[in-house]
Structures are given as C-alpha cells and as structure tokens.
Write a protein that binds this ligand. Sequence first.
Ligand code: AP5
Length: 215
Amino acid sequence: MESPKRSESIILFGPPGAGKGTQSGLISEMTGKPQVSTGDMLREAVNEGSDVGKEAKSYMERGLLVPDSIIIELIRRRLHREDASDGLLFDGFPRTIPQAQALESLTPVCMVLSLNVPDDIIVDRITGRRTDPETGEIYHITHRPPPDEVADRVIQRTDDTEETVRQRLSTFHSQTSPLEFYYRERGILVGVDGAGPMSEVSSLVRDAVIKHTGA
Ligand code: AP5
C-alpha cells in the first residue's frame, strides 16, 4: 500500500449493522475527514419528501439498493462542498461495482476498512438498534443502552425489522461483497474483525488507521 496523501478518502465497508456508524466518529476524529453516510443522506431526503426521497423510500423499506444513478449524483454533489477538499470518510458507499467505478473517477481513495461480522451477530445488532433523533447517537438495547435522559425519545429505524435485515444481508452478499475483491486487487482493502465488543473493535480500528494512514 502506497503512503496516503492528505486529500485521499477512506471507505468504511461492511454488512448492514457491522458497526460502521458506531466506528465512524473515531476515524473522523483521527483523520479529520468528515463522515458521509449515504444511508443518512437518503433518510434525510425521505423525511424532507424530496423527489429523491420519494424514489429511495420504496427501495429502502424493502432492503434493496437505491439505484446507482441517484447515489452517484448525491456523492458527486457532496464532493463539491468545501469540507471535502481533504477527502471524506464514506460510510455505506460504494455498495456496487458501478458505484466504486464512479467514485474512482471522482476522487482518490487510500484505504477501504472492512468490518467483518457474521450474519447471526448482525441480526441481533440491527433489531436492537435505537437512535437518538436529536443527536444522531446510535445505541443498542443491550450492548449500549441509551441513558435515562434520552431513553424516552430514541427511535427504531423502520428498516430494522428482522425480515428486512435478512433481505439487506442477502443484498449485501450478492451486490456489495464483490467490492472486497475489487479493492483487494487494488491493494487498499484492510480487514478488521468487527465481531467483538465495541471497545475491542475500536481498538482494532484505531490500530489499522494508524498503520495505513499514519494518522
Ligand atoms: P444504511 O443506513 O447505510 O444502512 P446499513 O449499511 O444497512 O448499515 P447500518 O446503518 O444499518 O449499520 P452500521 O454498520 O452503521 O451499524 P451501526 O454502527 O449502526 O443504508 C440503509 C438503506 O439505504 C440501504 O438498505 C439501502 O436501501 C440504502 N442505501 C444506503 N446507501 C446506499 C448505497 N450506497 N447504494 C444503494 N443504496 C443505499 O451498529 C448497529 C447496531 O449494533 C447499533 O445498535 C450499535 O450500537 C450496535 N453495535 C455496533 N458495534 C457493536 C459491537 N462491536 N458490539 C455490539 N454491538 C455493536
């Protein structure tokens, strides 16, 4: 792996519920790269009732991928913002080979950090997830319970049902996991065991970021 340049972006890769959102704050803090979650951008569009949101909603509810053209346009626009000049931390993007090819033509990537978590652990993580709508903080009913002062306001994502999770996992295995090979071939894939407790995963993530970006 070549030594990374300041302007290069990082991809946080992994199945739904692997802990990408949970670990993204640490990586952003270490590298100064703003986190960009296509899932968050789409949920915002759905809440606003925009044309993109209206189209994305039916795919998201079914655990299917939103069409590449919509996603690539969202990312293209995001890369034009001033804070993207030192690279971004992509969370949940790219998810298909055409998205990865489009990204390659838009901006350089120095590392793809892949969180490896088996499917049986994923179902427990996703069905127990709760989010604070005011701060965006991610909790889990057993692994990271919300504190008393926010417990009444946390919400469950509508696509976090067991049925939808199984569809999202199947979508991941068929359409997104081929990207591991794509990035391994380019010499920038870094695998991290994401199955352990949060603090253990954070420590592995921290070590990998230091080793591969010098942050
Ligand atoms: P998106 O919002 O990206 O969802 P996802 O990839 O399915 O990932 P999640 O947000 O569910 O999980 P995460 O890995 O961030 O896990 P988290 O840290 O929250 O996408 C939603 C939908 O939008 C997609 O289905 C698709 O329709 C569409 N979409 C988005 N991007 C797209 C794209 N590029 N192309 C096409 N369509 C797109 O952790 C999960 C839970 O586990 C939390 O409760 C957390 O507290 C807990 N947890 C985390 N780490 C640990 C740990 N180590 N031990 C125990 N519990 C843990």
